[in-house]
Write a new protein. Sequence first.
Length: 126
Amino acid sequence: MRLTEEQYQELLKRSVPRPNGKKNGNYAKYRNTKTEVDGIKFDSKLEAKRYEELKGLWNQGSIRWFIRQVPFVLDGGTRYYADFLVVWSDGHLTIEDCKGFANDVYKVKKREIEAKYDVDITEIRR
């Protein structure tokens, strides 16, 4: 069956919305919603929420400082970007990754980072 251009456009208008309200597959890979806080664009609501929590902890003096989107280089030039690197008031450091879903690629990269740099990655979940 062949459709005319008009029929095709009409079919697109009637397509079923996705869970995030968008039509025709125009949605994020893992159904996350990009969010902006303080003029900073975050990949998900969870990551934006964690940023706000860290800001609050910084204001309370519980953490010394934190940075976001910290790159780690793996063998072969592959990069892993941690969502947050946090230095707590007692001096210890944590690497945090906000995850709604941990895919296989992330799991492999996490193992490699933890082995290569002798660190633990804390997963922030919903």
